[in-house]
Design a protein around this ligand. Structure first.
Ligand SMILES: [Ca+2]
Ligand SMILES: [Ca+2]
Length: 219
């Protein structure tokens, strides 16, 4: 082999090594990039609050109240025993012992300003009639039971008894909500008239495409 061929082979070998090293470097770089980006990807986890108390307080006391759940869902920050809600839709379920339970707010519950799904049918023992009763008799003369404000579109209120509020039972000020399987203005068995002073369900002008189905009111 001549000297120049040897030099050419050496050069070729060196170039191959450099190319291989470059390729490895590129692979390493992209792997590191992937590893550092993946944990930062936003994963939207919807919060679910399980109300376990009939109290109306906001306090860290092991009792997760409806007021705490509504506040945390609205603000996406913690409230008493309720962890932070997530941006947008959060869910409120119930597990207050088994069977009928009455929540009697001592003032108006928070205006709902983000999508929420409140599902009374999750209360253990539910068999088609509401077990969770929102009793507004102590909430003051201008309190609505539940009020869906601006920003709350696509909410669900399902399977509650809502009675004796000074204003409306459920007031809707947003769109594409579903109000279903509630007893509004009656006791939880649907037997006694416990009307709200205002409308059972009030839909504000400009609130569109709401689904209101399978609710019961006083005859
Ligand atoms: Ca609490
Ligand atoms: Ca929220």
């Amino acid at each position: 082999m001549t000297g120049s061929r040897k030099a050419a082979r050496r050069l070729f070998k060196r170039l191959s090594q450099l190319l291989a090293r470059n390729r490895i470097r590129k692979i390493l770089r992209s792997t590191v990039r992937r590893m550092s980006i993946e944990p930062m990807e936003e994963r939207r986890v919807l919060a679910t609050f399980v109300v376990n108390s009939t109290l109306d307080t906001i306090a860290v006391d092991g009792q997760l109240t409806l007021r705490e759940a509504l506040t945390a869902a609205n603000t996406n920050a913690t409230s008493g025993d309720a962890g932070a809600g997530s941006a947008g839709l959060d869910t409120i379920q119930f597990s207050i012992g088994v069977g009928a339970a009455t929540i009697a707010p001592s003032s108006a519950l928070p205006l709902i300003v983000e999508a929420i799904a409140i599902d009374g049918t999750t209360q253990p023992g539910y068999a088609g009639s509401p077990l969770i009763q929102l009793d507004g008799s102590g909430a003051g003369p201008v309190a609505n039971g539940l009020r869906l404000g601006l920003g709350s579109s696509s909410s669900v209120i399902n399977g509650l008894a809502v009675n004796r509020f000074g204003a409306e039972g459920i007031s809707i000020g947003s769109s594409t909500n579903t109000i279903s399987n509630n007893f509004i203005g009656t006791d939880p068995t649907g037997t006694f008239d416990l009307g709200n002073t205002g409308n059972g369900i009030y839909v504000s002008p400009g609130s569109n495409s709401n689904t209101i189905k399978n609710n019961l009111g006083p005859v």
